[in-house]
Structure formats: C-alpha cells, structure tokens
Ligand binder design. Structure first.
Ligand SMILES: Cc1cc2nc3c(=O)[nH]c(=O)nc-3n(C[C@H](O)[C@H](O)[C@H](O)COP(=O)(O)O)c2cc1C
Length: 206
C-alpha cells in the first residue's frame, strides 16, 4: 500500500516466473482489490460484470488442463521467432504451473454477443469489464501481489463454463487472472513504444 499511482501504472506488469506458488493468498485481500475494481467505468453503469474467484485446488487443476491445451494450440500458430521469445517461454512457464497458482480470478460479462452485434455494442460489452480488471491488477500490485491478464483459455470457454457451472448462453468469460504473492520484490516498467510513435494531435498520422 502507499505506492505512488504513477509507479503502479508503469510497473503493473505480467508476472509469471516470479509468482510465489507456495504462499496462499488471503481471501480478504482478493475481495479488497475487487471492491476497488468495482469503481471502474462501465456501460450505463449496468455493472453487468461478474467475478468468479477460484481457489479450490481441484477446480484450479481442471482449469489448468484447459489453459495448457489452449496455450499449446496457440503456441503452435506462432512464428519460430515469437515461439522462442522471452515472453512465450515465460507464458509457457505459467501454463505449466497454472494449477499451482493459489487464486484465479475469472472476469465475466452477463450476456453474449450475437454475430450481428454493432461495433458500439461489441466495444461496450468487453469494455465494461476490462477497466475493472485493470483496476484489480493495479490494486493487487500495490499490495505486493502479481497478476497476468490472460485470455488464451477462451478457446475452451465452453468446457471451463461447464467445470465452473457458468451458464454459457447467459454469461461470457472475458479474461482469467492468476494471482499470487510475488516471490521477490522489484517491479520494473516494461518496454513500450515512445508516445510520439502512437499518438498525434488533430490529424491522423499512420
Ligand atoms: C487482452 C490480453 C490478453 C492476454 N492474454 C495472455 C495470455 O493468454 N497468456 C499470457 O501469459 N499473457 C497474456 N497477456 C499478457 C501480455 O502478453 C502482456 O501484457 C504483454 O506482453 C506486455 O507485457 P507486460 O504486461 O509484462 O508489460 C494478455 C494481455 C492482454 C492485454
């Protein structure tokens, strides 16, 4: 607690190798971070988000099997260069140990997009959950906990819905966040393009 906002915003990174998989996470801390996340913007303030927090070992093991299978399929689609990158090996490390992560937070949206949903509806649907997930991740980071935003398991969304008793037609899974204490401290800013490469004033600059 007490970490400066600019530091939290620049150092909330994907933590995979440095998760402490031996230390339990108190349910109270998870709820504290989620309580903060509930202040995020969302479409018409409908608060159609739902958060399923999974700490039961047998459920974590079941999700991990789906996550690993989905990750293997995804990895097979990558170029050799990306497949061998530090990010992919770190992602593989997490996939291999997914069942050992003490808490998994599954962010969901009530409802399901139809193929004909408008661009506005699509953006608002997922965009009504992501800000809350990011707030959650920053709240966790400010308390010394590490997270990674993941979506790869969605290739197996139906199977995970069945495992967790989620009504698939009524609830869409958006992202799955593994959460654990950090094995060691030291949060660093990640590599990012310079602002001038991705923004312009008034006229579009490709
Ligand atoms: C929409 C989205 C989906 C992602 N899915 C995964 C995932 O399935 N597995 C994973 O290990 N990381 C996933 N990531 C994490 C990204 O790889 C990571 O944010 C990016 O490489 C930048 O690294 P950093 O977060 O450490 O700064 C995802 C991130 C976003 C925003």
């Amino acid at each position: 607690m007490g970490v400066d906002f600019d530091e939290v915003a620049t150092t909330t990174r994907s933590v995979r190798r440095r998760l402490d998989l031996t230390r339990p996470v108190a349910r109270g801390v998870v709820e504290e971070c989620l309580r903060l996340a509930l202040h995020a913007p969302n479409g018409a303030n409908r608060q159609d988000w739902r958060f399923l927090v999974i700490d039961a070992p047998e459920l974590r093991a079941g999700i991990a099997e789906h996550y690993r299978a989905a990750f293997a399929a995804y990895r097979a689609t990558l170029s050799d260069e990306v497949a061998r990158s530090g990010m992919t090996t770190s992602a593989q490390y997490l996939a291999d140990r997914f069942q050992d992560v003490p808490v998994l937070v599954l962010g969901c949206a009530r409802g399901r997009l139809t193929d004909s949903a408008s661009a506005a509806k699509r953006s608002s649907f997922y965009g009504s959950v992501y800000p809350a997930l990011w707030s959650f991740m920053m709240a966790a980071r400010s308390r010394g906990l590490g997270t990674t935003l993941t979506t790869v398991h969605l290739a197996r969304e139906r199977e995970v819905a069945e495992l967790l008793g989620i009504p698939f037609d009524e609830v869409t899974q958006v992202a799955l966040i593994p959460l654990a204490h950090m094995a060691n401290d030291g949060f660093h800013a990640g590599p990012r393009r310079a602002l001038g490469e991705v923004m312009s004033w008034n006229n579009w600059q490709p």
